[in-house]
Ligand binder design. Structure first.
Ligand code: CA
Length: 230
């Protein structure tokens, strides 16, 4: 079974998270610095990363950027005492899949871990994968989890992939941020709007010629987002 990597410098907190993960039936490994964490990611099969923002040496956001720069699309949950909205958006923009503010309950963390793993597994393995979705120069190959824009591969995080997959799957329909959040996260921890907007921003940066005037994922003002039929 693949492991969950916890990168957290406060040893007591790291031990508590490890214990909770094990009680929930997961295997966990700990790193107390970003450097250690990055080394473990290379060594082991890691299914998900819980990543603290404030770390000695390289900070959590830089660790996150390094993981994504290496084209590793492992789900990442950022944990931080800095629950300011701007920090959260910074984390999500840098490629985190979810963000949890410290102090958090271990129950909430486990719920978020489950949610991320479920989405990741669902979109990666649980569905018939022979399908290729296409629109506006985009090709999304469900089997290989691969996205191309006019034949050129676009690297997306799992969350960006899910959002794009969802909109392509329902081409022609319009969904609000809340709709997208509910469909993809389907969780009780409700903080939808900004989360979806941050991911949407990054996704557009990657696939739109001009993200401020998006032509693939259109904004229907006051309603939501859509990939049109034509
Ligand atoms: Ca810390």
């Amino acid at each position: 079974m693949n492991q969950i990597l916890v990168i957290e410098d406060e040893k007591e907190i790291a031990a508590l998270i490890e214990k909770a993960l094990k009680e929930a039936g997961y295997q966990a490994c700990l790193a107390h610095t970003g450097e250690e964490g990055l080394a473990l990611l290379k060594e082991k099969e890691i299914a998900l990363v819980v990543l603290d923002v404030m770390l000695p040496g390289i900070d959590g956001i830089s660790v996150l950027e390094k993981i994504r720069a290496a084209y590793n699309n492992v789900p990442i949950i950022m944990a931080s005492a800095k629950v300011q909205e701007e920090d959260k958006i910074r984390g999500l923009r840098a490629g985190a899949d979810d963000y949890i503010g410290k102090p958090f309950s271990l129950e909430e963390l486990i719920a978020r871990v489950e949610s991320q793993l479920r989405r990741f597994t669902y979109f990666n393995k649980g569905m018939p994968k022979e399908q290729v979705l296409e629109a506006k120069g985009l090709t999304l190959d469900e089997k290989h989890h691969r996205v191309e824009l006019y034949g050129k591969e676009v690297k997306l995080t799992p969350t960006e992939y899910d959002i794009l997959w969802f909109l392509l799957k329902h081409k022609g329909e319009v969904f609000s941020s809340d709709d997208i959040y509910k469909k993809l996260w389907a969780e009780k921890y409700y903080e939808g709007n900004n989360t979806v907007m941050s991911h949407m921003w990054r996704l557009r940066e990657k696939i739109e010629v001009n993200p401020k005037k998006p032509e693939i994922i259109e904004t229907v003002w006051g309603v939501g987002y859509t990939i049109g039929e034509s």
